[in-house]
Design a binder for this molecule. Structure first.
Ligand SMILES: CC(C)(COP(=O)(O)OP(=O)(O)OC[C@H]1O[C@@H](n2cnc3c(N)ncnc32)[C@H](O)[C@@H]1OP(=O)(O)O)[C@@H](O)C(=O)NCCC(=O)NCCS
Length: 186
């Protein structure tokens, strides 16, 4: 799998060294879990999931590490998966695992690169995402990329001993193309 090059970040496959830090983020409730469940897999299961993901469209394993262009280490990860057995849609997810790397635009650029990649390489007409209604950075990231809120699923995710409402977001191929032509003519 080739790297995807952006202005400030590069999305690249995870190396063996990256996997240890990424696995640690998965198991740190302060990193992945404030608005989500967090994984309880063993490291071996995690590695198997990462290695198997390219052959499994439904895999929730990370697909790319997010590396700032001026640094070798990854600061986060992105993934994508087919959330539904019948509907033609792919959802994206994203985590900036190093707290000091948040708020610098890396998350938005990384998700933008991933979305462009999916529209280039897959036949779907819609890319989606879901996020906890209280997850302000995630809502802003998605809306900044042109995702439209399509609805809210009530009490759809259990975490931190409570049921949480989840926003559904979607971006169509036509909307992504219109945004890209706006960017190139600006
Ligand atoms: C969500 C997340 C990936 C955002 O990544 P990031 O690199 O910090 O975000 P960016 O710097 O690209 O900023 C995206 C938008 O969020 C806003 N934002 C970032 N941090 C914020 C914060 N702490 N509070 C409020 N808004 C914030 C930015 O201002 C920007 O919005 P704007 O352009 O309208 O001003 C990151 O906060 C994270 O990893 N959170 C934990 C995991 C998670 O919640 N993942 C998503 C699950 S749905």
């Amino acid at each position: 799998m080739d790297a995807l090059e952006g202005r400030s970040v590069r999305l690249r496959p995870l190396t063996a060294a990256d996997r240890e830090s990424v696995f640690a983020w998965y198991n740190d409730p302060e990193i992945v879990a404030p608005y989500d469940r967090f994984a309880t897999d063993t490291f071996d299961e995690f590695v198997r999931a990462v290695e198997g993901a390219p052959n499994d469209p439904t895999s929730l394993a990370p697909r790319f590490g997010i590396a700032p262009r001026d640094a070798g280490e990854v600061v986060g990860v992105v993934g994508h998966y087919r959330p539904h057995p019948v509907l033609e849609t792919i959802d994206v997810w994203y985590v900036i695992g190093r707290p000091e790397a948040r708020g610098h635009g890396f998350g938005r650029e990384a998700v933008g690169l991933l979305v462009d990649h999916l529209f280039r390489t897959e036949t779907v007409e819609r890319v989606g995402a879901t996020c906890d209604v209280e997850n302000v950075p995630s809502v802003r990231l998605l809306e900044g990329l042109g995702f439209r809120r399509e609805g809210t699923m009530r009490s759809a995710l259990y975490h931190h001993a409570g049921w949480h409402d989840i926003h559904l977001y979607g971006l169509t191929r036509a909307e992504a193309t219109a945004r890209a032509s706006g960017r190139s003519s600006a």
